[in-house]
Design a protein around this ligand. Sequence first.
Ligand SMILES: Nc1ncnc2c1ncn2[C@@H]1O[C@H](COP(=O)(O)OP(=O)(O)OP(=O)(O)O)[C@@H](O)[C@H]1O
Ligand SMILES: [Mg+2]
Length: 279
Amino acid sequence: MTCGTHSEAVPQDVRPDVGAATDLLGAGADTAHDYLEVRGLRVSFDGFVAVDGVDLTVVQGDLRFLIGPNGAGKTTLVDAVTGLVPAGGSAQFGGTELLGRKVHRIVRAGVGRTFQTASVIEGLTVLQNLDIAAGSRRSALRRLRRRTGVDEAVELALETVGLAHVRDSLAGVLAHGQKQWLEIGMLLVQDARLLFLDEPVAGMSQGEREETGRLLRTIADHRTIVVVEHDMEFMRSVADSVTVLHQGRVLSEGSVADVQADPRVVEVYLGTPAHTKED
Ligand SMILES: Nc1ncnc2c1ncn2[C@@H]1O[C@H](COP(=O)(O)OP(=O)(O)OP(=O)(O)O)[C@@H](O)[C@H]1O
Ligand SMILES: [Mg+2]
């Protein structure tokens, strides 16, 4: 979904904090050699093939966008790699095969994702949402210790995603953009090293999009990121590389300039400028 944009800037004190991001992300495991390697990925629903033999390689530091018309198979690909739908083929991260594993084991392997619809727990505070996400990675001993205060990773995540000032607000009252940032923060405290973000800027104001772009660029220096998006302007300003899916297959892949100049891509989007497509 791509909603209308507003041009107002996000005030300085509620912006994601790139300095905190570097502290948080730089302190983790060595991620320089992380990469996602998908080979021959195939998903079918009652005989309908939604993902049809996709190969995809994404290395750490290469901020990859996954685009394609509605129904191309983008979300299904992410669902397959994160254990939500059964798939054939192979999907490895850091040498670990993800296919066939339970969702929680995929999370433990360092793979996290956001959903097209924000999935924060609205009746809990921002801090409680982050705390729960951190809990999935934290040892029982550390969990006991942190009752005396806020975990440093949670604190840094709050600053990183620009939500420190609303830490005690219920997630349900956050602005749309802030919910997406909270979800990204939850992936960071989970220590996800491979992040799939499904339409992160849908419905965001122009100012929120710009902040999100900066946040993703910073995270991408330390983590492997795949962004599913319909917003072509956002893609052009943020992506390092792009994979175009169409009818479950890779149609084109390369730099933003490469795929924009690819006649097959132009044909798929013909008549419907991609940035105005509706879900
Ligand atoms: N659980 C399911 N059962 C049956 N068909 C499904 C299921 N999930 C997805 N599909 C079908 O698989 C195809 C790919 O869907 P998918 O949601 O992956 O597309 P997408 O590229 O994410 O599209 P969008 O841009 O609209 O989000 C579509 O034809 C969809 O109807
Ligand atoms: Mg989708």
